[in-house]
Design a protein around this ligand. Structure first.
Ligand code: PLP
Length: 395
């Protein structure tokens, strides 16, 4: 292994060599070396996990629950997740055969692809999308195929765009509503239109519903609720976002037994089980933490309303994100690319945002701003962004 080049050529897999590092990290790294930066780049809640959840986890350790759990996760937790999904989102799953507790939604996404894909299978990824989707498809041997959405349609998935992307190799489609990075949501009627196409082409659906709780304008509707979709949908979610538990690394996947059995096999060899102490925390979050979630939702909604209005006032066109905690304003008026905008904004005004281009097709011309920041920070960020936009729009 003499040089880095030789090392890459001889020792690394082709897929590992070809995968690009996340474009978000670049900005985190730059911003962390600067002073007085307001970061709207981070995709995580600004709340600390409620203390009763931490206490339940500590208590589990005090009681000596420090060993592995069942591969699929604590049965009490799976039962609690099952009840939560049914009462909150009207999607029912058998905790014994149709639910698996994972290391974050991230592992659930990875497991799903590894369980369903053969080399060359195409997976439709609705873009702009969470940066991990396309690489995870590739790592599982599949081929990610982007289906773009656009500002003009409030970043909703349009039936004609979906039809156009389907080939005879298409095996699955990955949906994420409310969306990271756009905050877009889909109504029942809109999902029903999409479902008809999915059924016609016999596709599997992966529905990442990690932001489901954080829906501000209408009740979240899961595609798994559509009777014809239930048997072909793998529902992915977790505790990171709505319960402010990103560091706990706890998620879950629910779906028909045939998929879950395959995932469980991979999970038992590669992960064994999700962390035991985190599972006890999650059980408390579902049992006694839903009021805290409501408080956080009210706070995000208030900040969304402020931030979107303020973006428009400083000259950035911005659709109203119905969920998650991201705004995705257009920066076209400035004449800059999203990369240039993010770099210069950081350099000149010390505000970190993420260029839309890192989220795939349809992302260029936009920036992602996380409004999970204090109102004071958002106000200061808007002041700085306003100054910046004025400078470039005038030229
Ligand atoms: N799915 C989406 C859409 C996300 O935005 C994220 C994190 O940013 C994840 C999944 C990963 O969540 P987790 O922390 O549960 O692994």
């Amino acid at each position: 292994m003499r040089t880095e080049q030789t090392a890459q050529k001889n020792y690394l897999s082709k897929v590992a060599q070809e995968i690009k590092p996340s474009g978000i990290r670049k900005f985190f790294d730059l911003a962390s070396q600067m002073e007085n930066v307001i970061s709207l780049g981070v995709g995580e809640p600004d709340f600390v996990t409620p203390w009763n959840v931490c206490e339940a986890s500590l208590a589990s350790m005090e009681q000596g629950y420090t060993a592995y759990t069942a591969n699929a996760g604590l049965l009490e937790l799976r039962e609690a997740i099952s009840q939560y999904l049914e009462s909150k989102f009207q999607t029912a799953y058998d905790p014994k055969t149709e639910l698996l507790v994972t290391v974050g939604a991230s592992q659930a996404i990875d497991l799903s692809f590894r369980a369903i894909l053969n080399p060359g299978d195409e997976v439709l990824v609705v873009e702009p999308s969470f940066v991990a989707y396309a690489p995870t498809v590739s790592l599982a041997g599949g081929v990610p195929v982007p289906v773009p959405t656009s500002h003009e349609n409030n970043f909703k998935l349009m039936p004609d765009m979906l039809e156009r992307a389907i080939t005879n190799k298409t095996k699955a489609i990955l949906l994420c509503f409310p969306s990271n990075p756009t905050g877009a949501t889909m109504t029942k009627e809109e999902l029903e239109q999409i479902a008809r196409i999915i059924e016609k082409h016999d596709l599997i659906v992966l529905s990442d519903e990690i932001y489901a709780e954080l829906s501000y304008d209408h009740e979240h509707y899961s595609i798994a609720r559509i009777p014809e979709m239930r048997e072909r949908t793998i529902l992915i979610s977790g505790f990171s976002k709505a319960f402010a538990m990103t560091g706990w690394r706890l998620g879950y996947v629910a779906g028909p037994q045939v998929f879950l059995q395959a995932m469980l096999k991979i999970h038992q060899y590669t992960m064994m089980c999700a962390p035991t102490m985190a599972q006890y925390g999650a059980l408390e979050a579902l049992t006694n933490g839903l009021d805290d979630v409501q408080k956080m939702i009210r706070s995000y909604r208030q900040r969304r309303n402020y931030f979107v209005k303020a973006c428009r006032e400083i000259g950035l066109e911005c659709h109203t994100p119905g969920g998650a905690f991201y705004a995705f304003p257009s920066i076209r008026a400035t004449g800059l690319t999203s990369d240039e905008f993010a770099e210069r904004l950081l350099e000149e005004e010390r505000v970190a945002v993420v260029p839309g281009s890192v989220f795939g097709s349809g992302g260029e011309g936009h920036i992602r701003c996380s409004y999970a920041r204090s109102l004071e920070e958002l106000q200061e960020a808007i002041k700085r962004m306003g100054r910046f936009v004025q400078k470039y729009v005038k030229q």
